[in-house]
Ligand binder design. Sequence first.
Ligand code: ADE
Length: 240
Amino acid sequence: MTLHFNILTLFPDMFPGPLGQSLSGKALERGDWSYNALNIRDFAQGVHKCVDDTPYGGGAGMVMRADIIEKALLSLNNPLVPSSPHPLIYLSPRGRPLTQARVQDLSRTPEITLLCGRYEGVDQRILDAYDFEEISIGDYVLSGGEPAALILMDACIRLLPGVMGNAETPSEESFADATGGLLEYPHYTRPDQWDAANGQTYSVPDILKSGDHAKIKAWRGEQSLALTKERRPDLLKNPA
Ligand code: ADE
């Protein structure tokens, strides 16, 4: 199973970025996934290659033009991937929040096209005409969709068969499955006593060195529950 990403962006050099490193980088070299980052500006006309214009109705910022984005979109024709239609995604803070369930579905499709906006966004008509799905990676505003696209890609790539090491191989996981429905308990490794530069000595909780696996399991469960109650009580209310 391979996964191909088309990325429509004004900054194609942002790809593969961090995804060229580590496990996703090795998977890219192996051909487990591939990408084609298209520069939207290459589809603009005139000496200035203008991709944006001022918004109708006034207001701050510039809006990326639908006709130019469409040219980039229609140039996509990957003979390796016979699947069409495939997911068309616009990364935007006003999209539906990205979930592990959506990531799981996306990682099973052969081809995904990602549109990254800059400025104030894109002309609404390109989203309407091609029925783009709008996805947000969280309730904060980035300066463009590219880092959000990289995050979505990372989440999909790690689910591809063979990308993760054995120990970490994700199964049919929802976010809740992956985390047991709770946030993860704290981890410790050597040294047992750590003299930090702040003058304090930090030790590993005794229970983790007791060798009593039942007690360790119970302790980790308590830690997970306490952390979740404190930081993400919503996960306890909606164990989806
Ligand atoms: N573009 C700008 N902010 C974003 C966000 N939070 N999620 C997805 N795309 C974005």
